[in-house]
Design a protein around this ligand. Structure first.
Ligand code: ZN
Length: 234
């Protein structure tokens, strides 16, 4: 340590000793400048290396926190772990409306599923596909989703703008789907009412339900968000 200190001390002091009226750099002074520049570069590289190591460590910590099954982990204190049979849909494994072996699709109201399948068949002619990000959900999954939303949004009131209770959710009754991708939603905005498929909430462009009258009358005005929906008691 003392060698390093001496070295840095000397390197720092040296230019000041010669700062009095020198207009040309001596070879020694040039050499000291090079040393100073090299020290700055070394310090910079060390800082970058440490920063990269720390971010890699943080990234691997995040990786380890993701369960290998891909399923969501139940919050602490909860014994419920949602599964495929509850209508769970995992990112990257979103079913089409024809994947009736999936609980989220199979348990939808038959009239809604029929409308979705007819729409999807016609959309396919336009090169557009629908995927379900959510469909039917078990009451247990809905409660789990609501609990998570309260955690995420910080209050029951704010969570209620996005997630219904098991008693009021149109997903639990099999009367609603959350669709993607955006190209599919674009198609539904233009053609959905022909099949009775309507967006219900202004803040949820992905949430569709069946409104049979829409075939002849067009979709009804949207609620701004679920709290305005009388079904959810808002
Ligand atoms: Zn929805």
């Amino acid at each position: 340590m003392s060698e390093t200190y001496e070295f840095l001390h000397t390197a720092g002091q040296h230019p000041r000793e010669f700062s009095g009226g020198m207009s040309t750099a001596t070879p020694t002074r040039t050499a000291w400048r090079r040393v100073a520049v090299a020290l700055v570069l070394i310090a910079f590289v060390l800082i970058v290396v440490i920063a990269v190591q720390q971010s890699l460590a943080a990234a691997s910590a995040i990786d380890r926190s993701v369960p290998e099954s891909g399923a969501e982990t139940a919050p602490a204190g909860s014994v419920f772990a949602p599964s495929e049979a509850d209508g769970v849909i995992i990112d990257g494994d979103e079913p089409t409306v024809f994947d009736v072996d999936r609980a989220a699709v199979k348990n939808l109201d038959p009239a809604l599923l029929d409308a979705l399948q007819r729409a999807a068949t016609d959309a396919a002619d336009d090169g557009v596909e629908f995927r379900l990000n959510s469909g039917w959900r078990s009451p247990e999954l809905q409660q789990h989703t609501l609990d998570e939303a309260v955690d995420d949004y910080g209050s029951t009131e704010e969570a209620a703008r996005w997630v219904a209770t098991p008693e009021t959710s149109a997903h639990v009754s099999g009367d609603a789907v959350d669709l993607g991708p955006w190209s599919g939603l674009d198609w539904l905005v233009q053609h959905g009412s022909r099949y009775g498929l309507c967006q219900i909430y202004g803040n949820e462009p992905w949430h569709y339900e069946l409104r049979p009258d829409a075939v002849s009358e067009g979709c009804p005005p949207m609620y701004r968000d679920p709290t305005e929906d009388p079904r959810t008691g808002g």
